[in-house]
Write a new protein. Structure first.
Length: 47
């Protein structure tokens, strides 16, 4: 007979990213530019 896994309480996972990681992702998203031309999409990183 199969075990019933739904009775187990879920573990709490606290994922706290470092400030450097958040800063990197924000700066990357600010520098990313998506250009739509006809039916094509071009991604460019603006440095």
């Amino acid at each position: 007979m199969a075990k019933i896994y739904s009775n187990a309480s879920p573990k709490q996972c606290n994922l706290n990213p470092k400030d450097e990681t958040i800063s990197f992702l924000l700066n990357y998203s600010k520098a990313l530019s998506v250009i739509n031309y006809n039916k094509l999409k071009f991604e460019a990183l603006l440095n």
